[in-house]
Write a protein that binds this ligand. Sequence first.
Ligand SMILES: [Zn+2]
Length: 88
Amino acid sequence: MRILEEGRNWNDWVLQVECKNTNYSGCGALLEVNIADITHTKGSRYNYGWGCYENAHFYSFICPCCGSKKYIDEKKIPDQVKEIIKKR
Ligand SMILES: [Zn+2]
């Protein structure tokens, strides 16, 4: 087969994040997380639009500066990266 355009290697994906979120206070450190840093968990989340609990995926990492757990907005993680993280 002839490769017309090479696909991206999503294992190289990184994201710049700040240590802060809405649920917990953070130390404000600016960090670069990669796929290995992110933990995937499943849980329930209240859906305000539907007024019920829905299954949700959570992506979190531990800040190396303050040791607290931070959640990453899942919209910032490409689907290809989510698939890699979920399969681990
Ligand atoms: Zn921190």
